[in-house]
Design a binder for this molecule. Structure first.
Ligand SMILES: [Zn+2]
Length: 551
């Protein structure tokens, strides 16, 4: 294979600056303008005629009227490589006094030292600053430059060896509405044009994981995420008589102690591991001050996954929560008798035992008590009171609490459900794409390029492939907001197009990322020599290599 290095730098730099200049904070209607810019950059210099499709496609039912940018360059084979990137960014408030310059890399260059504080930049001219410069408009620019290269050749009479699709999505920083809609488009397009998606290349950024980290990994899969939510039911009592109840905060504290930052809940796969879980929220459900203990509390736990399925995680946290509950009640019972100076004193029932239930358990118990039709009707009524814009965790809590009431089970207890969002993890797939990036990484090892499996950031990538091992039945059965069929757009709900993701039939995914520092911070900057020259060259070489393998 000829892999002579092409000259990418100037074009990727120009495209990056053009994209950063268009503000596209997610979620907002602003995200549409930058999608138009993607189309303009692809077509510039008369290249428009090369593409069979170069358009924007509306996201069905999107409240901000946003679109995906799509381009299709037919190649010599129906084997097709998809180039993916997101065009939205996080907000710009963190720039403070410089906020008006946040999308102007040229103006920000003069403020480099202010933006990065003490952290010195060795060669200031090598870095491009600005919101989205790293995450990930430079990555989209890489994809545009690679498409333009092949478009030029197509117009000169040589179509690309494989077919190419470019996809640029909004909303990645929020709920991946663009990527989720794109899977449907990919599935339909594949059938209409009889294409075969041999690989998808995402170009989202990579950053050093610790000071002095020399590696710039190409990732061959992605981390996933689950968000178990815990509804902890105690029994309210007056502070003067605490043993007449159980403090829900005490129960929650013990569970959080056992779950949060617990190394036993770290997911290990083939030498890679997740960070341990942490809570993202914890509160009781009292709404004002009084001298009663809290009757209920809730918290949710962020769990990153490499191989853990929803079913497995649920079983693990249920076991852990049950142990925490038993330990608190055991201690309270012992103290109760000791304080009474009567080691045989009968314990009140709420100190004898408590249960850790899954949402599915409680649903069955409620249905046994009042009938499935009543449970469905009551839950639907609660959902009607949760508007679509309500926080999904809050809406989940309301449904769990309502179901608990219907079950009429005794306290203390904890009910564990899943709240949105869910990001499936993706394991690396053996095949031509993996072999292609393995060779590419080896060829660019002098730049610190290595192969790793799990892209560590939550991203659109999670929704591009569904591993067969990652079964979703337990997720759906324990996610109160899960919505089958056509959702009511006015009320809270959540669903993922699992069947469509499957139907897109993307054989494998990789992330060949641009590189820099300070993603989601005011010091956000992309390292240009690597990102604007080596990254597009590696994407290009991966495409050529896939050609050889599938011929
Ligand atoms: Zn990103």
């Amino acid at each position: 294979m000829t892999t002579g290095s092409l000259d990418w730098f100037a074009e990727v730099r120009a495209c990056t600056e053009a994209l950063v200049n268009v503000r596209s904070v997610s979620p907002s209607a602003d995200e549409s303008a930058v999608v138009q810019t993607v189309g303009e950059l692809l077509r510039r210099d008369g290249l428009g005629a090369a593409y069979a499709v170069c358009d924007h496609v509306a996201i069905p039912g999107d409240p901000f009227g946003r679109c995906n940018a799509v381009a299709y360059l037919p190649g010599q084979q129906r084997a097709t490589v998809v180039l993916l990137g997101h065009t939205d960014t996080v907000g710009t408030e963190d720039y403070g006094a410089l906020e008006s310059l946040a999308t102007d890399p040229a103006a920000l260059a003069a403020h480099a030292h202010d933006l990065i504080g003490d952290d010195s930049v060795a060669e200031p001219a090598d870095w491009l600053f600005g919101r989205g410069a790293l995450d990930m408009k430079s990555g989209v620019a890489v994809n545009i430059a690679v498409m333009r290269h092949f478009a030029r050749q197509a117009l000169a009479g040589t179509p690309p060896p494989v077919s190419l699709i470019l996809l640029a999505t909004p909303d990645e920083e929020t709920q991946s509405a663009g990527a989720l809609a794109a899977t449907g488009w990919l599935a339909d397009f594949r059938r209409q044009h009889d294409l075969r998606y041999v690989g998808l290349i995402n170009t989202d950024y990579v950053a050093p994981r610790y000071p002095g980290d020399p590696e710039r990994p190409i990732y061959t899969g992605s981390v996933g995420k689950l968000l178990p939510l815990f509804y902890v039911v105690g029994k309210a009592t007056h502070v003067g008589d605490p043993y007449d109840g159980v403090d829900a905060n005490l129960l929650s504290a013990e569970m959080v102690r056992d779950l949060s930052m617990n190394p036993l809940l770290v997911d290990h796969v083939r030498g890679e591991q997740t960070p341990p879980p942490v809570t993202l929220h914890l509160a009781d459900l009292k709404t004002s001050y009084n001298v009663q203990t809290a009757f209920a509390a809730w918290f949710y736990l962020n769990v990153l996954t490499l191989s853990t399925t929803p079913e497995h995680l649920l079983a693990t946290v249920q076991r852990t929560a049950q142990r925490s509950l038993n330990r608190v009640l055991g201690r309270l019972g012992k103290d109760y008798r000791a304080l009474r100076r009567d080691l045989a004193a009968p314990l009140p029932p709420h100190l004898l035992s408590g249960a850790a239930y899954t949402y599915q358990d409680v649903r069955r118990l409620a249905e046994e008590r009042v009938g499935a039709a009543t449970v469905a009707r009551e839950l639907a009524a609660v959902r009607q009171e949760c508007p679509a814009r309500m926080d999904s965790r809050e809406a989940t809590l309301r449904l769990v609490a309502a179901l608990w009431q219907l079950s009429a089970r005794p306290a203390p207890a904890v009910v564990i459900a899943f709240a949105p969002p869910y990001y499936p993890h993706i394991a690396q797939q053996p095949g031509p794409l993996l072999e292609a990036v393995r060779a590419v990484a080896a060829r660019h090892a002098d730049q610190g390029v290595v192969l790793r499996e799990f892209f560590p950031l939550l991203s659109d990538l999670s929704y591009m492939r569904l591993d067969a091992a990652n079964r979703t039945e337990a997720l759906i059965a324990n996610m109160p907001l899960w919505t089958d069929g056509t959702p009511d757009p006015t009320v809270a709900g959540y669903s993922l197009p699992f069947a469509t993701i499957h139907d897109a039939q993307i054989a494998g995914v990789v992330n060949i990322g641009v590189y820099g520092y300070g993603g989601h911070q005011r010091g956000e900057r992309v390292y240009m020599p690597y990102s604007f020259q080596t990254v597009p060259q590696m994407v290009y070489e991966t495409i050529l290599s896939l050609t050889e393998d599938v011929v």
